[in-house]
Design a protein around this ligand. Structure first.
Ligand code: PLP
Length: 290
């Protein structure tokens, strides 16, 4: 059983999947992507992920090659083809659309070039027992990315460098900041518990509007837990009782070490426990999030 990828309109063994060297994703990082988690074989937050994909494409003026129904079919087929090799029912589907492969390299948009669509699927990594029991470490770094981080672009070099810096410090994530404000993690959104409120940076061009972030905010509000979407300073983050990370692969993860210092009680906090339980409930709620 080998993993199967979707490329150029075909399903092929992942090891044989190829795109042209002229593909603008390869030459210019001229494309966008989505990562959709699936629990028990059911995509989670599909509508929100497809909305964000459509928005990212629109912002870069790349034609959306598929309707939502076609994307949904593609995701289902990728899961069907890859579930046996993944050996799991919790899966991660990766979709990428680039501005295609014209006949020669030139910076402006190539007229009449169809977008390249790529799809892959493998087992959804689990946060792991120790991460949930003890929390994870994070480090802080200046945010050196461009000023359109709301677009889920495949240009991820600063995020790659951040992930490597975290790994070298034995940490799960880098929390980025600009002019004293927390923006987000290298591949996650950031939440801080300050007093009785859960605070997360407001949406805008400095952060990716995480699907997990938005779902968690909805769950917290429905549970009458006070939340604030606002500017979060680095100083506030350092004095927070709890810090959490959210993403499609992390779900809601407690940070208990920040730059080597303990966060709050150094243990996953009581509000995180509530948030985590709410999120686990949402994973079962196929009607709203399926
Ligand atoms: N912010 C960045 C920069 C990301 O790359 C990601 C996910 O990869 C997120 C936030 C979280 O987004 P989501 O919850 O939709 O996975």
């Amino acid at each position: 059983m080998t993993p199967v990828a979707y490329v150029g309109g075909q399903f092929v063994p992942l090891a044989e999947a190829r795109v042209s060297v002229l593909d603008r994703g390869f030459l210019f990082a001229d494309g966008v992507y989505e990562v959709i988690p699936a629990y028990q074989g059911r995509p989670f937050g599909m509508r929100e992920h497809l909305q964000r994909l459509a928005r990212s494409l629109r912002e870069l003026q790349i034609q959306n090659p598929h309707t939502d129904a076609e994307w949904t079919d593609l995701v289902a087929r990728l899961m069907r083809e890859n579930a046996p090799s993944a050996g799991a029912t919790d899966l991660l589907v990766y979709l990428q659309v680039t501005r295609g492969a014209p006949e020669r390299r030139a910076h402006p948009f190539p007229p009449g070039t169809p977008p390249t669509v790529i799809g892959m699927c493998h087992a959804l990594p689990s946060p792991g027992e120790s991460a949930l029991r003890d929390g994870v470490g994070a480090i802080t770094r200046p945010d050196i990315r461009w000023s359109r981080c709301d677009i889920k672009s495949i240009a991820l070099l600063p995020n790659v460098l951040a992930a490597q810096a975290a790994r070298e410090q034995n940490c799960n994530e880098v929390i980025l900041h600009r002019d004293g404000r927390v923006t987000e993690g290298g591949s996650s959104n950031v939440f801080a518990v300050l007093g009785t409120s859960v605070v997360t940076p407001s949406k805008g061009p400095e952060i990716l509007s995480g699907v997990t972030r938005d779902i968690l905010l909805e769950l917290l509000r429905a549970a009458k837990i006070p939340v604030q979407e606002r500017r979060l300073t680095l100083t506030e983050l350092r004095s927070a009782e709890e810090v959490w990370l959210t993403s499609s692969t992390r779900e809601v993860l407690p940070v208990t070490r920040l730059d080597g210092e303990p966060v709050g009680s150094r243990k996953p906090g009581p509000l995180w426990k509530k948030a985590y339980a709410l999120f686990q409930g949402a994973k079962q709620d196929a009607k709203r999030y399926g």
